[in-house]
Each structure stands twice: as structure tokens, then as C-alpha cells.
Design a binder for this molecule. Structure first.
Ligand SMILES: [Zn+2]
Length: 130
């Protein structure tokens, strides 16, 4: 069963890869922003367990469900598409607009939340449907 450390490591890994990928692809890489993104991922990757603390074996409820996972995954994809559009629009200027920054923050939170649910889904108890 993935513990807090595993969730944080997975969040750091996926956020690092994603932030580096976007930063290099759109030439907006900024080490300060990467550190902030990684810090955000530490909290975001623990968010499902913050909302539903693992105080009992049956702690997994709505925020740990497949349905909520689909919603978060869909929103994550939607945000990723808009973030790409925004970065592409400003690619020549090599600047990160306020809108792109907000989209990136939302994307990281949704992505880390999704990764948490994917890891939990592969446990023996898996996730409830609703
Ligand atoms: Zn969990």
C-alpha cells in the first residue's frame, strides 16, 4: 500500500518531468518556478488523504472513488490542453503569462491528485466506484 512518502515521491517525479517538459518545450524554463512546482506537488500529492485521512481501513470514500478520479483526470486533461494553447500563443515572447501560471498550478494539483488515485487503485483494497 503506498504510504505518504510514496505518494510524495510519485508527485515530485511527475511534476518534475511535466514542468521540465513544458519549460524546455516552450522555452520558459525557470528554476525558481520548478522549485515552487515541486513544493506544490508535495501538498497536492497528499490531498486525497488530507481530505479523507487514513484513520480506518475504509477511509476511502468519494474523493478516493473511480468516479471522482475520472472527473479529476478529465479536468486535468482539459487544463493541460488550455495550458498548451496558452504557452503556444506566447511562445515567441518566451514569457509565462498570469493565465499560464494559474493553469500550470491547477494542472499540477489535478495531476498529482490523479496520480495519487492511480497508485491507490493498484492496492489490494483498490478504490470504491462512488
Ligand atoms: Zn489515498
Amino acid at each position: 500500500m503506498p504510504n505518504a512518502k510514496t505518494h510524495i515521491q510519485a508527485g515530485l517525479l511527475i511534476t518534475g518531468i511535466t514542468s521540465l517538459g513544458f519549460g524546455l518545450r516552450f522555452r520558459t524554463f525557470n528554476p525558481f518556478k520548478l522549485v515552487l512546482s515541486l513544493g506544490l506537488s508535495v501538498v497536492a500529492s497528499r490531498l486525497p488523504d488530507i481530505l479523507e485521512p487514513a484513520t480506518s481501513p475504509n477511509h476511502r470514500s468519494f474523493f478516493h472513488s473511480f468516479i471522482f478520479g475520472l472527473i479529476v483526470g478529465g479536468l486535468s486533461y482539459y487544463t493541460w490542453r488550455h495550458l498548451q494553447d496558452e504557452l503556444t500563443r506566447n511562445e515567441a515572447d518566451r514569457v509565462t503569462t498570469f493565465k499560464a501560471l494559474i493553469l500550470e498550478i491547477v494542472f499540477i494539483v489535478l495531476l498529482c491528485f490523479s496520480v495519487h488515485l492511480v497508485l491507490d487503485a493498484f492496492t489490494k483494497r483498490s478504490l470504491p466506484l462512488i
